[in-house]
Design a binder for this molecule. Structure first.
Ligand SMILES: [Zn+2]
Length: 417
């Protein structure tokens, strides 16, 4: 059976050129005593925007792994797939993020709902988590509400799981279930009953990605109270532990945080809680590698700087079109975006500093960062020039990619100095 390690990180690489730089960060962490399993992910949306195939991710992952002589396990994640989009991912992936967000809120049949409620009778009234101080009040009507909201999604998750299993064979892939791309967060009690539903459906889920409270905007820091997040996160971990024992879910089932990258404010909390409770984690960092490419090109000056200035100017022109698919996960204050004219006069330094996620830097502009984050389509429209410039400036670009994953993500999460 394919088992995901205790610590794993989802690495995204939209244009498929930064595999080695990202793997170097994983290797640096292992030299510090943290074995992290790299999980190469790319969503269907990104493939469509750029014009790549899921198999390209596999080719890149295999290539950089061999080149680095990396001997530990790694996975290729079919990220946020559903019943309709999974097919072309099946042969080349061995990790599947089954996205049930679009099924949440649709009702299963009365018969299915009643059967579920009857099966969880012992948790009605009070849900006591043995071995912890946690306990939650529940009622039959509350459980019914949860079942009406989530049971259909769990049944759908099984349909997708079965579709994959039929081709790949049982135990030959890692299953994640994600529910993060929805407007409302899930409470620990909801998570408990959702896990019961997944167990009833016999889905060997190894990672679960709930939606937490607070805002997880793409590429910028967490918006919300980190202490509140920490309490929620810790309760969820206890719930997962209890659910493993109660429902016979895989022993290594762990939390997956779909962070949208760069949630630096909550990393120290996540890090200290998993350390204290000896738990694993899957952290999806995804698309900020593309931002590091832009930062690296800006830093290279000359034609590369002109190219990224052009990307910015086109992204301002097409701002509505670029932002539309990401409306729920970005929050751009348009009045804080610099004008095209202003940016045209910027130096390498000024451009890089505006984008690089260093909150203490007065030039850092999270609004511009979010806009460029969703503007990769503009580079894809001029692919030949973009890839040529990445190649010419490879050293500067890959240094930015490495520094981002290693220093800003891994070191912060695991408190490595
Ligand atoms: Zn997600």
């Amino acid at each position: 059976m394919k088992i995901l390690g205790k610590y794993s990180i989802g690495l995204g690489d939209r244009f498929g050129r930064q595999g080695s730089a990202q793997l170097k960060a994983i290797i640096a962490a292992s030299e510090k005593g943290y074995d992290i399993t790299p999980v190469w992910n790319k969503s269907n949306r990104e493939h469509i925007t750029i014009g790549t195939q899921p198999a390209d991710v596999r080719i890149e992952a295999d290539f950089v792994t061999n080149k680095a002589g990396f001997k530990s396990p790694y996975f290729v994640d079919a990220d946020h797939i559903n019943f309709d989009t999974v097919d072309r991912f099946i042969s080349c992936s061995d990790f599947f993020t089954i996205d049930v967000a679009s099924y949440i809120g649709k009702k299963a049949s009365d018969e299915e709902i009643n059967e579920f409620i009857a099966g969880v009778e012992k948790y009605t009234g009070e849900l006591k988590i043995t071995g912890s101080k946690l306990s939650f009040k529940t009622s039959q009507s509350h459980i019914r509400e949860i079942a009406e909201k989530y049971l259909f999604a769990a049944i759908k998750a099984f349909d997708i799981y079965r579709k994959i299993e039929k081709i790949k064979g049982k135990g030959n892939f890692v299953t994640e279930v994600s529910m993060d791309e929805v407007p409302h967060s899930q409470t620990p009690v909801e998570l408990f009953f959702i896990l019961k539903m997944l167990a009833n459906e016999n889905i060997p889920v190894q990672t679960i990605a709930p939606k937490f409270s607070g805002r997880f905007n793409k590429g910028v820091d967490y918006v919300g109270d980190p202490k509140l997040f920490a309490r929620e996160f810790e309760s969820d971990l206890i719930i997962i532990d209890f659910a493993i024992k109660e429902f016979g879910l895989p022993e290594n089932l762990k939390m997956s945080i779909h962070s949208g990258s760069d949630k630096f404010a909550i990393y120290p909390y996540i890090g200290s809680i998993i350390k204290r409770s000896d738990k694993g984690i899957h952290l999806k960092t995804a698309g900020t590698t593309w931002l590091e490419e832009v930062i690296g090109l800006a830093g290279s000056g000359g034609e590369a700087l002109d190219f990224v200035k052009e990307i910015y100017s086109k992204s301002l022109e097409k701002i509505d079109e670029l932002c539309a698919p990401y409306a729920d996960v970005i929050d751009i204050k348009v009045s804080s975006l610099p004008s095209i004219n202003e940016v045209s006069k910027w130096t390498s330094h000024k451009f890089s500093d505006s984008l690089r996620h260093i909150t203490g830097n007065p030039d850092y502009n999270p609004n511009m960062r979010q806009l460029i984050h969703v503007a990769y389509k503009i580079a894809a429209l001029n692919m030949n020039d973009y890839l040529r410039l990445l190649e010419t400036n490879e050293e500067t670009v890959s240094a930015c990619v490495y520094e981002n994953i290693y220093n800003r993500h891994i070191c912060r999460l695991f408190d490595i100095n």
